[in-house]
Each structure stands twice: as C-alpha cells, then as structure tokens.
Design a protein around this ligand. Sequence first.
Ligand SMILES: NC(=O)c1ccc[n+]([C@@H]2O[C@H](COP(=O)([O-])OP(=O)(O)OC[C@H]3O[C@@H](n4cnc5c(N)ncnc54)[C@H](OP(=O)(O)O)[C@@H]3O)[C@@H](O)[C@H]2O)c1
Length: 224
Amino acid sequence: MKKIAVLGSGVVGQTLADGFLTHGYEVMRGTRDPAKLEDWKAQTGKHGSIGTFAQAAAFGEIVVLAVKGSAAESVVDLAGVENLAGKTVIDTTNPIADAPPVNGVLDFFTTFQESLMERLQRRAPLAKFVKAFSCVGNALMVNPQIAGGPPTMFLCGRDVDAKHDVKAILAQFGWEVEDLGGVEAARAIEPLCILWCIPGFLGAGWTHAYKVLRPHPFAGSGMV
Ligand SMILES: NC(=O)c1ccc[n+]([C@@H]2O[C@H](COP(=O)([O-])OP(=O)(O)OC[C@H]3O[C@@H](n4cnc5c(N)ncnc54)[C@H](OP(=O)(O)O)[C@@H]3O)[C@@H](O)[C@H]2O)c1
C-alpha cells in the first residue's frame, strides 16, 4: 500500500484524500492545525491520519500539495524541503491573486515568464513536482462521470519517473493524460484554471472538464 501525504485542509485536500483512500492508499493529511481535521479522521478507517505539514510530508511516499496558491511556497518551507527531497509532489495549486474576478476572469500573481510550480521547484530543488488536478473543479477530480468522458488532465514536470507515478494515479482516478513536458509548461497549465472558472462565474455551472480531441488514428486510410 502506497503512503500518500495530502497537504491541505481545504476541499481539494479532502476530495483527493478521500479519493486515495477509496483507491486503497494510506493517507495522512497535513495542516497548520491538525485539530480541525479530527472529524475527517474520525470518519475514515485506520488508513487515514492527520498531522502537521511536516509530519505528513515525512510520512508520504508521494506528496500532494493542495493549499492556497499564495501560501504554497511557505507551506513547502513548513513541510520541510528535506521531507520532500526525492519524492513525487503532485502540485494542484493555482496562483490566484486576491483581487476579485473581472467579468469572471481571475487575476494571477505570477507572470507568463514564471509559473508558481517553477517557483516551488526552485524552493525545493530535490523534490519532483508534477502539476496535475489544477485545471478542474474538485467535484470532478476523482472518477469524473461526465458525458463524452473520460476528460483530459494536463500535467507537466521535470522528472519522468514522477510523471509516471502521477499518470498511474490519474488512470486510477478515471482520467486521460496529456503530458506537456517540463516544469515550464506549468506557465500554460496554470492559466487553464482562469479559463475553466469563467463559465462558472458567468452562471453556466462548474461541472465541465477539458478534453483533447485528435483525428482517429486510421482517419484518411480508408479503414474508418
Ligand atoms: N477548489 C477547487 O475546486 C480547486 C480546483 C483546482 C485547483 N485548486 C487549487 O487547489 C489549491 C487548494 O484549494 P482549496 O480550495 O482546497 O483550498 P484553499 O482555501 O485554496 O487552501 C486551503 C489550504 O491553504 C492553507 N493556507 C492558507 N493560507 C495559508 C498560510 N498563510 N500559510 C500556510 N498555509 C495556508 C491552509 O492551511 P491550514 O490547513 O493550515 O489552514 C489550507 O490547508 C489552491 O491552490 C487552488 O487554487 C482548487
């Protein structure tokens, strides 16, 4: 059984922690204030536990970072770069600025020259960050039941083996995967959150997901 650390007491942390438990993993959730996750712990079986960011990061063989974007760098510090070294870190975060959306368009505190994940990777150079789960709402993160599915999850990261870990998890969680390469691709993946949120803010709901469509492999060959 693989041990997963989920850093984050918010809805994404809860959704992914529950998803990992459902799929047979052992999960420790991390927060600055473990007492607030006592109810969650009481509802889970013996495979769920809680701790500080550092305790969870030390526990996990794979770490999920699911915290407020503007706090992500400080949570990496609280988790301890030594506890993340050598581990796959699934980065769900988005660099959403505090300013309110304008006509449904969110503001980011990063630039097109540097994504949040690049900052995190620099902060913890021995961790193996993989961007994933950032471009869909939490309600669809685990085994999305959606017309025309399975939807596509975009991921990127520096380390091929770490991406292999995350691709296996995404397959279990019911996703197709589009691997966009190295950490710099987070400059493109993170803003997909802005695009994804616009229909929600404009009243068209929050239950959509991206899918990449390509021609059928035999198109044009006379075989279809
Ligand atoms: N909500 C979604 O559907 C969705 C979808 C895709 C991606 N995301 C991204 O996923 C991440 C998590 O989202 P969320 O909605 O679950 O929760 P959130 O409200 O964005 O983040 C909550 C977490 O951030 C931590 N945090 C906040 N301020 C902090 C500070 N000053 N120092 C240290 N930690 C701090 C909290 O720590 P404590 O536990 O100690 O309070 C908590 O664990 C975000 O980056 C978001 O953009 C969200």
